[in-house]
Design a protein around this ligand. Structure first.
Ligand code: ADP
Ligand code: ADP
Length: 218
């Protein structure tokens, strides 16, 4: 599902954030991306989400070589990638419903389908009763669950998360991980960047570890 072949990423300031990276994630696999701060984890996820492009090497996602994807196709490609961030990037002047609906509105879905899908996504994260609430009135864990509902509302085959439990206590972090596991169980490929060793050690999933932009020997 996700394949890196000898990938390098050099930023415009010439800093090489990723060097000679090769690995594969299978369809339906769940894995952690670990490594020290500055190791290149966010950069790697950005290459998959096409927020950044590789400087050299191939990134292939869902049988698409991202280096060959024309610019106009990027918005369509992104709909197939769910993204969850540490600070969840919710809009505070909109309700929970409207936040989760955003990707569907951008995709031009009809009103009825939006209502149905938003409620299905909120139901999956256990927040159906909060659809009229504003994010500011929710706890940190609930806000993160809204972020996850928004990421999966398009039913993407790939779900990427960048330090999704960074601001949460251990109990809430485990709840968030349980949600990712649920999505993985219905076939979604899940890739989670995290430096929370304690949390990762409790879970049976594969780890891909970066060390200064290179794959660490495990
Ligand atoms: P991690 O997520 O593992 O903390 P990042 O991918 O955020 O690592 O960063 C990897 C390295 O690339 C860091 O040294 C960081 O300073 C550098 N970096 C990240 N983004 C940029 C950018 N836009 N321009 C230049 N350097 C960057
Ligand atoms: P529909 O009612 O159109 O079938 P739902 O959103 O209710 O749509 O999802 C149907 C099933 O698909 C659920 O069991 C759900 O867990 C699963 N599913 C498959 N892929 C995803 C995904 N990427 N995100 C969320 N759910 C998914």
């Amino acid at each position: 599902m996700i394949q890196f072949n000898d990938v390098y990423k050099r930023y415009p300031n010439q800093y090489e954030a990723l060097s000679g990276l090769s690995f594969e994630l299978d369809k339906g696999e769940m894995a952690f991306l670990t490594g020290h701060s500055g190791a290149g984890k966010s950069t790697l996820l950005k290459l998959i989400a096409l927020i950044e492009r590789s400087s050299h090497g191939q990134v292939i996602v869902n049988n698409q070589n991202l280096g060959r994807l024309p610019k106009w196709k990027i918005p369509y490609y992104r709909r197939k990638i769910g993204l969850v961030f540490q600070d969840h990037n919710l809009l505070h002047d909109r309700t929970v419903f409207d936040n989760v609906a955003l990707p569907l509105i951008i995709a031009g879905e009809n009103h009825r389908e939006i209502g149905r899908r938003v409620r299905a996504a909120l139901d999956k994260v256990g927040l159906l009763s909060k659809e009229r609430t504003h994010p500011i009135a929710l706890s940190g864990g609930e806000q993160q669950r809204v972020g996850i509902a928004r990421a999966v509302v398009n039913r993407p085959p790939v779900l990427l998360a960048d330090e999704p439990t960074g601001n949460l206590d251990p109990t809430l972090s485990q709840e968030i991980m349980a949600l990712f596991t649920q999505f993985n169980q219905v076939g979604v490929t899940v890739f989670i960047a995290s430096h929370d060793q304690e949390l990762i050690n409790r879970l049976p999933y594969r780890r891909i570890t970066l060390n200064h932009g290179r794959l660490a020997v495990q």
